[in-house]
Design a protein around this ligand. Structure first.
Ligand code: OGA
Ligand code: MN
Length: 299
């Protein structure tokens, strides 16, 4: 059986058939997936019956795993899953639905903002890998936007304007959009909210293409007044998430989706999380370097 890639839109995402990812992979298969990621940014696999251990084993083919940010901000005993498994569910440590005013539920609503995973880290994430264990009957799609196509479609004046800009990213900025304040995190977490610096335009050495590195975590542009920066970032976001750049994934149980955080953004869509279980588990591959020399100073 060999892997086949079927594009899902003209620019972003492909469905991959002909491979069982829960079994050990050959180096050739790992390479084919990496090549597919470079080409499509998002790969969709069906019927991948992962448990947490087989998801870890598969994921480690692509680099070291990140500790989830939820894990970093939680107290021991609050966690349902291991530290390297981001819990993208509406369940608590006892596998019960979280209540309307549950702090983790409210924080997770930030996933409904367009973002790139871990862009608030000095070395941000490479791939994210999301396994659907239980999905709600309606809602809860994940949408992906193509940041290479979005860059290409900018007019020349805007390309020149963004070329050398450095942005500041923090979890505090994205959470501020949905109404959290710094005080909501407690004194012990304040240093994790310190902004990090990234290039707004990243160069993708594997494909030679440029990509707009946007994320809800951006709150400032170096050297710009804050309101002007926010207005410009909002404009770019609007441009970059037009329908022609977006693939919307409607989940089935045991779907497995990999996305490249360097070349795409994504967001969760609403579902009835007070009633329906959605149990998704994410492994995240660490990035390979800084996006800006200046990032070092801010880190
Ligand atoms: C994530 C994420 C979106 C979703 O796992 O990083 O943003 O639809 N998920 O759950
Ligand atoms: Mn995410």
């Amino acid at each position: 059986m060999s892997m086949t890639f079927t594009p899902l839109t003209p620019t972003i995402a492909a469905e991959v058939a002909g491979i069982d990812l829960t079994r050990p992979l050959t180096p050739g298969q790992v390479q084919a997936i990496d090549d597919g990621m470079d080409r499509y940014g998002v790969l969709v696999f069906h019927d991948q019956h992962f448990d947490d251990e087989s998801q870890f084993a598969f994921s480690r083919n692509f680099g070291p795993l990140e500790i989830s940010s939820g894990g970093e901000m939680s107290k021991p005993g609050e966690m349902r899953l291991k530290l390297e498994m981001a819990d993208i569910s509406n369940l608590d440590a006892d596998n019960k639905l979280r209540a309307a005013d549950d702090r983790k539920r409210l924080g997770a609503l930030g996933n409904q903002l367009w973002h790139s995973d871990a862009s608030f880290r000095a070395i941000p994430a490479k791939y994210s890998m999301l396994s659907a264990r239980i999905v709600p009957p309606t809602g809860g799609n994940t949408e992906f936007a193509d940041m290479r196509a979005a860059y290409d479609a900018l007019d020349d004046a805007t390309k020149a304007e963004v070329a050398d800009l450095i942005t500041e990213h923090s979890n505090a900025y994205s959470r501020e959009i949905i109404g959290f304040t710094r005080q909501d995190y407690g004194a012990e977490n304040q240093d994790k909210l310190r902004p990090v610096r990234h290039r707004l335009v990243r160069h993708d050495p594997r494909t030679g293409r440029k990509t707009l590195y946007l994320s809800a975590h951006i709150g400032a542009i170096l050297g710009w007044p804050i309101p002007e920066a926010r207005a410009f970032i909002r404009d770019l976001m609007e441009h970059a998430t037009q329908r022609q750049f977006v693939y919307a994934h409607q989940w089935k149980p045991w779907d497995f989706v990999i996305w490249d955080n360097r070349t795409t953004m994504h967001r969760a869509r609403r579902y009835n999380d007070l009633k329906d279980i959605r149990d998704m588990r994410r492994t995240t591959i660490r990035g390979e370097g800084l996006t800006a020399e200046q990032a070092q100073e801010a880190a």
